[in-house]
Each structure stands twice: as structure tokens, then as C-alpha cells.
Design a protein around this ligand. Sequence first.
Ligand code: PHE
Ligand code: FE
Length: 286
Amino acid sequence: DFFATVATKSDSGALRGDYSQADANYVVAQNWDTYYTPEQHALWRRLYARQAKLIPGRACDVFIDSLKALDVSQGIPRFDRTTEALYKATGWQLVAVPGLVPDHTFFEHLANRRFPVTVWLREEHEFDYIVEPDVFHDFFGHVPLLFNPIFADHLQEYGKGGLKALKLDGLAYLARLYWYTIEFGLIRSEQGLRIYGAGILSSGGEVEYCLSSDQPRRVPFQVERIMRTQYKIDSYQETYFVIDDFEQLFNDTAPDFTPLYERLKQQDALPANTLLAGETDLPPNR
Ligand code: PHE
Ligand code: FE
């Protein structure tokens, strides 16, 4: 996952996870049969049960439908089984990684339709909150959306865009885009706002908060606006950006970002709680 640049890295700079067996692309074997303990599978079941209860009427349809089809309520999933179904649906594969990977590696995977999933599961004391992405965040939060063809195409384009941004010194801006869409994005539906962002969908408290609280702003999606906006990594978001549909996400990010990055470099960043003049603050769901 890309919380890499985007968020965490522990204070010591040390990464959690065993990188000694990783290949040049940071891929490891999941070793599902031997790696996970019964206690870890039990913890996954409890994480799953809590989250699954929260999402009806709150997550977008594709998330709910795909999650159900994945059938992973009973324990930490086998990545190879999911890959079989996923590859048929959208041509994506899951690869196991020890944890956070370098930005370049992360983008290379996405650009080749491979989604890196952290192998290890959080510990009991991290049930409600974890700093680094673990298998629950990566799998439960991100994988269901990969079954949507447009989202799947978008994420590949994002990966290519990441490789390009590295050369253009645009990573900070592209990270904001990832944060406010892939991790914390909202989407309109006929029944009201719905969640598609993995950071929300794998979180116990933010699922309800992002849709119903009066606190945060909910602003229509706009690429340049997002790229100017700072974000919070250690609290609920102060602003959510709302897409009309995945086509909008795909189409609005398709133009060449080169001139955009140049423009952004000349501008100051906006604080996370900004509401610009003329900008709509969409009402919460009731
Ligand atoms: N269009 C972007 C560019 O030219 C690449 C990109 C696509 C970035 C999709 C994010 C998402 O750099
Ligand atoms: Fe993530």
C-alpha cells in the first residue's frame, strides 16, 4: 500500500515486517498454511464481523457485492484464491509483500495490474487503530474495488502516473490525490453518499463519521483542488471529496499532469479544513 509516502513510516524509520525473503520487487510468498496462527484467523473474523456490520447502506455497491463474493469472513484469505477470481474479472493479481514498499516499487506493481497486500495481521491491541497498513486494511479495504473494471483501470493509470510523478517531482501532489480518493473517497449514489475509500472502509469509527457527522466538509471532487490540500494522518479527515462515479475519477485524472504539477509548485498548500469560496459543502446523509 501507499500509506508509504502518504502516511506512516514509524518514528524510528524502521519498517514492520520481515523483508529478508523478499525478491527484487519486494514480493514474498504468503505461506498461508504455515504463517498464520488460529488466533490470527480469529482476530480477522472479529475485524471482518465488525466492519461487515457497518457497511450496508454506507459502502458503495461494488464494494458490498465484491466483498460478499470474496467470501473471506472466516479467516485471513489465501491471496492466490482471490487472484484467480480477480484475474478473470479485471486482469488484476494480488502479490504478498512484507509491509510498506518503496514508492517506485509500489507504482511498478500497480502499473502492471498487481496489487501489493501486506502479509501480516495487526495485533489485538491494534484492533481499533493501526498506524501501518496490515493485511486487513490492504485486503478488506482495497481488494473489493479492484473488481470494478473502471476503478481497476484507474488504479493502473495511477501506477503509471506515479512513475511519471517521480521524475517530475510531483509525488507530494499525487499522494494527496491517492489519499483523498483511493483511501478516503466518497461517491454519490441515488440513495445518498457512499464510501469507496479503503482507509475509511477498514476503520471502525470513520465509516459512520464520514457520512453522518456535521464536523467534516464534503466537497465535490476536483483534481487540482485535492492536490493543493493537506491531509490528516492521525485523526478523522476534515474534508472528504465526493466523486459522481468512477468514470469521473478515471476521466478527470487522464490529462497530462505535467503542467498541473508546475502550477502547484507555485502555490501554497491549503489546510485540511479549507472550504473555498463558491465551493459546495454537501450535506451529510440523514
Ligand atoms: N494523468 C496523469 C499524468 O499524466 C497520470 C495519472 C492517471 C495519475 C490516473 C493519477 C491517476 O501524470
Ligand atoms: Fe491503503
